[in-house]
Design a binder for this molecule. Structure first.
Ligand code: SAM
Length: 327
């Protein structure tokens, strides 16, 4: 795929750039490189910045590397999961010493890219005929077909219930189980649609949207990986460094919200009316507590509508924290 074919509009581009604007130099990790739109902005707006781009999808690595080929001295792309942040930094440092030392910034723009959604053969879309795959990294892991083959009814219902389909989770799960095996994504989408009472089908968009999203999150272990990546990042970033996360699903956003809150409060759980009296030490401060895209952006790019941006800055703390490298 050429970079021209890998068309993905970076969401909340100016808001993300604003988070990192005070940080003019250093290593920035773009953990979700995608088409490289945010990375390009980071490179263009800071001649002293280096960007290490990670993506679990080899086609994103290929397209972004081509798009950013003018920046080879300051840009490196690696085919890695974002929770492999520490290994990725070590690998980058080995091949280019400019990337050694604690990073200054981390960006995670979660979910899938437009090309992933729009290529039927990837199996992400309920509208486009394709195999039941849904792996962001097609080189490893269990496909959707393999997952559906071994999942039990209760597990499937609970997965749908907790990932956006609370009302008809059990009915849909039962219908999905009964209809196995599936020849294509569109066949699965039809089963989901018919599992819902006719009256409910007329409101709230295609029911397969939420079901496919829940299945994708499970197939790619998205929530677990997000949590692992953030916990690592809190230790790896240098003081003054910033972390920005764009999430598109309430499950993702509540992980980001609660992990950021823990860093900002230092884990203090004292009732707010008394202030914190337990001696908890804040390890971060808010840069953006929670921000949604502008009405204009949603009109221009409807895929941005569910986005939430949160960002924090890592503070200098007295207690010894193990950081990456010496920087
Ligand atoms: C919304 S797109 C990012 C778009 C990018 N910001 C841009 O400007 O083009 C999300 C990307 O993150 C990748 N991704 C999702 N989860 C990942 C993970 N755990 N590790 C690495 N990459 C991941 C996906 O493969 C996809 O390419």
């Amino acid at each position: 795929m050429t970079s021209a074919e890998f068309l993905h509009r970076p969401v909340m581009f100016e808001e993300v750039m604003a988070v990192f604007a005070p940080l003019e130099a250093g290593t920035f990790v773009d953990g979700t490189l995608g088409g490289g739109g945010h990375s390009q902005g980071l490179l263009e707006r800071g001649a002293q910045r280096r960007v290490l781009g990670l993506d679990r999808d080899p086609s994103a690595i290929e397209a972004a590397s081509r798009r950013l080929s003018g920046y080879t001295a300051r840009f490196m792309a690696l085919h890695k999961e974002f929770d492999e942040l520490d290994e990725a930094l070590a690998q980058a440092c080995q091949s280019n010493t400019q990337f050694c030392g604690a990073p200054t910034g981390l960006l995670l723009d979660l979910g899938v890219s437009s090309p992933q959604l729009e290529r039927g053969e990837r199996g992400f879309s309920y509208r486009l005929e394709g195999p039941l795959d849904m792996r962001m990294d097609p080189t490893k892991g269990q496909s959707l077909a393999e997952f559906l083959d071994q999942v039990g009814l209760e597990e499937l219902a609970s997965l749908l219930r907790s990932n956006g389909e609370p009302r008809f989770a059990y009915r849909i799960a039962k219908a999905i189980m009964a209809g196995r095996p599936y020849a294509s994504t569109t066949e699965l989408a039809e089963v989901v649609k018919l599992a819902i009472p006719a009256a409910a089908r007329r409101t709230g968009g295609h029911p397969a949207t939420r079901v496919f999203q829940a299945l994708r999150i499970r197939v790619n272990n998205e929530l677990e990986r997000l949590e692992m990546a953030l916990v690592k990042a809190f230790k790896l970033l240098r003081p003054g460094g910033r972390i920005a996360v764009l999430s598109y699903h309430s499950g993702e956003d509540s992980i980001v919200k609660s992990l950021f809150r823990e860093q900002v409060t230092g884990g203090c759980t004292c009732p707010s009316r008394y202030g914190c009296v337990c001696g908890a030490v804040p390890k971060a401060s808010y840069v953006v507590r929670s921000k949604a895209p502008s009405v204009g952006e949603i009109e221009e790019n409807p895929r941005s509508r569910s986005a939430r941006l949160r960002a924090i800055e890592i503070l200098e703390v007295d207690e010894p924290v193990e950081r990456f490298g010496n920087g």
